[in-house]
Design a protein around this ligand. Structure first.
Ligand code: DAH
Length: 336
């Protein structure tokens, strides 16, 4: 029986098979169990001899079963480990990384440039009142300049701001001079949408107020900005203009060398000027004091989309807002 059993045990290929063989020999109705049961019919002497022999046999078989079981478990584990093993040489799955929208990057660039010049970056609100969007900026309701800033009106009489300029009045109402701020943000116009007009776009407003600021400070500041955006060789040009909240007013253009085409031209970027004394008067009224009486300041405003379109050759403003990944991925600033 030993030889037979040993052979069977060693040939068992799986744990269930081995269990079957164990039952066959050592189970309640097993072969060895049956032998042990026959002891009852023997004489005491025979019982002692055969009993001892059968016990040895039983122990031997049990040792064999245990050893085989351990061997099979080991093999199963090894097989599982190798089937689940990680092949570190396989190419990994590339994660889709996010990125910053081109307009966000330009706003960040502008913020960096102005922070280096000692400016604070502040933000205003997109839903404005007529008071801040127009009246405090010297644009009374009868003023024809309001036509330039047609916008969306809420039913309660408020409106979506047409420019970031309302923050000039809001900031001066809340803080005393001297200060220098830039205000990036969304602005709205009731526009017929085309390649260069959107009903929502972004602006950057600037305002610096102290006792003795001059127009040459304004020009120097805008020149620094232009160089930061378009490179050291950029020039800036003023052109007389009109805005109700500045006097004198000037539109400014940058002379930009396009590195891709090698061509240079003047490109209009925004409006600017010296803060109109009436704006300071309106602000003093809102504050109920005279801290802005006799102050001087300059202000400017520019379109962010325009900077992006010039710098990156984006031909249509609508591309910024269609969420077409083919457009967005070209200008993706990787997240750090
Ligand atoms: N708010 C003007 C606009 O949206 C731009 C502008 C012009 C802002 C002159 C200024 C400025 O601060 O001084 O058309």
């Amino acid at each position: 029986m030993v030889n037979e059993a040993t052979l069977e045990i060693n040939q068992a290929a799986t744990l269930p098979e081995l269990q079957e063989i164990r039952v066959k020999y050592l189970g309640k109705k097993g072969l060895l169990t049956a032998e042990l049961k026959t002891l009852a019919n023997l004489t005491p002497d025979e019982k002692r001899i055969k009993g001892a022999a059968l016990n040895i046999l039983k122990n031997e078989l049990e040792t064999l079963f245990d050893a085989r079981e351990a061997g099979l478990k080991d093999a199963a584990l090894t097989a599982r480990l190798s089937s689940e093993a990680l092949d570190v040489t396989l190419p990994g799955t590339r994660f889709q990384t996010g990125g910053f929208h081109l307009l966000t990057r330009i706003i960040d660039d502008l913020a960096t440039i102005y922070k280096a010049l000692g400016y604070q970056v502040v933000q205003g609100q997109e839903v404005e009142t007529e008071l801040y969007n127009f009246d405090a900026l010297n644009i009374p309701s009868w003023h024809p300049a309001r036509d330039l800033w047609d916008t969306f009106w809420l039913t309660d009489g408020r409106l979506l701001r047409t420019h970031t300029s309302p923050m000039q009045a809001r900031f001066m109402q809340a803080f005393a001079p001297p200060f220098k701020i830039v205000v990036p943000g969304k602005t709205y116009r009731f526009e017929a949408v085309d390649a260069t007009h959107e009903s929502m776009f972004h602006q950057l407003e600037g305002l610096a107020v102290s006792d003795d600021i001059t127009m040459s400070d304004l020009k120097g500041t805008l020149e620094e900005m232009a160089k930061g955006l378009f490179g050291e060789r950029t020039k800036i040009r003023f052109q007389p203009s009109y805005y109700p909240f500045t006097e004198p007013s000037a539109d400014f253009a940058v002379y930009w060398e396009n590195p891709r085409t090698g061509t240079s031209k003047w490109l209009e970027l925004g409006g600017s000027g010296m803060v109109h004394p009436r704006v300071f008067e309106e602000v003093c009224k809102l504050r109920g004091d005279t801290v802005y009486a006799g102050k001087r300041g300059f202000a400017f405003g520019l379109g962010i989309e325009r900077v992006a379109m010039i710098k990156y050759g984006v031909p249509d403003i609508r591309y910024f807002f269609q969420n077409d990944l083919r457009v967005l991925q070209q200008f993706r600033g990787e997240l750090e």
